[in-house]
Ligand binder design. Structure first.
Ligand SMILES: [Zn+2]
Length: 333
């Protein structure tokens, strides 16, 4: 809307962001990135901005301050990257390294072991590469529905259309899949891929591929710290088997420690919203020997906050610059 654009220009033009930056200086902003584009001009601008107005501290440093009950340094930012896509190594890591910024990268370990997929990338790939013009999407199975077997929707063909529409449909379907009990999850994926008529390759293509362990080892010698983000990226509250829950939380930690030969101290809850973890899950994380765990609940971190429920602010290398400034200052327009 034109008036929003004008008020935004007025806000930034009149120094509004400086005022917000000052007001929010006591909170530490943990930025959360995911994949990175090949064009890094925007990320470079973001790093220049961070170097000018903030100090980038490591998650380890924040953890230490929180545990000691020390005051948090004003105008501080922590950089985190979720999932462990290869694009971090190829594109973003050289930029962060150039600025000498510490970064914490949360790895979902299975795709690193198999060169395979994160489930949500698999869903996006299936929607994007389907040759069908329209599809009948299956209802994701639910605990109740499974008694009578997987159900199809009533005949309700849906046009796939453009890339943007397909990505939108994929996102909607992913939301439905997040409440599927874990034991029905692979069946749900298979049903979807059948409906879309897509044979997903075992190895993920370049755009979706995970980091390799060699890349991880190389970066771990630098200012990149690796945390765990589970083995398969399930919604942890949908995992019923205790053994599997431990495998996701403790097994991913053990795996990264074995590959890097150093302790893994930070965990990120997959999806990270309040419904995606519970007090018993937080306890497993705490007992496993992690020092911190991060959510995707929006907000800054303050002195006295629980290190196992850290808030973050979603970010991206493609964000319009004024939005990036707002995000770092934890300001929502
Ligand atoms: Zn994730």
């Amino acid at each position: 809307m034109w008036y929003r654009q004008i008020s935004r220009q007025l806000f930034h033009g009149c120094g509004g962001i400086q005022a917000v930056r000052w007001l929010r200086r006591k909170g530490v902003t943990i930025l959360m990135y995911h994949k990175f584009p090949a064009d890094l001009a925007m990320l470079e601008s973001q790093c220049r901005y961070l170097r000018k107005y903030y100090q980038v501290i490591s998650l380890g440093r924040l953890s230490q301050l929180l545990r000691n009950g020390d005051p948090l340094p004003d105008w501080s930012v922590v950089i985190t990257v979720d999932d462990g896509h290869g694009s971090f190594y190829h594109y973003a890591y050289p930029v962060f390294a150039k600025f000498d910024f510490p970064v914490t990268v949360y790895l979902t370990t299975r795709p690193l072991d198999t060169r395979g997929w994160l489930w949500f990338d698999r869903v996006a790939y299936a929607f994007l590469t389907s040759r069908r013009q329209e599809v009948d999407l299956p209802n994701p199975p639910s605990a109740e529905g499974m008694a009578s077997g997987p159900r199809q929707t009533a005949h309700n063909p849906m046009a796939l259309g453009s890339r943007d529409r397909r990505l939108g449909l994929a996102e909607q379907y992913m939301e439905l899949m997040k409440v599927v009990p874990d034991k029905y999850f692979s069946l749900c994926l298979k049903n979807l891929e059948l409906s879309l008529g897509v044979q997903v390759p075992d190895e993920a293509p370049q755009e979706w591929v995970a980091l390799s362990w060699d890349e991880v080892r190389l970066m771990a010698r630098d200012k990149v710290e690796f945390g765990a983000h589970s083995v398969t990226h399930p919604i942890l509250t949908q995992v019923e088997e205790q053994a599997q829950l431990y495998e996701e939380i403790v097994g991913s930690k053990n795996k990264i420690e074995a590959e890097l030969d150093k302790p893994v101290l930070h965990f990120a809850y997959p999806n990270g919203q309040p419904q995606d973890f519970s007090p018993s899950i937080v306890k497993i994380v705490r007992d496993a020997g992690y020092e911190t765990s991060v959510t995707t609940i929006r907000g800054q971190v303050f002195k006295g906050d629980d290190p196992f429920l850290l808030r973050r602010i979603s970010c991206g290398a493609e964000l319009p610059f004024h939005q990036f400034q707002n995000h770092v200052a934890a300001f929502r327009t």
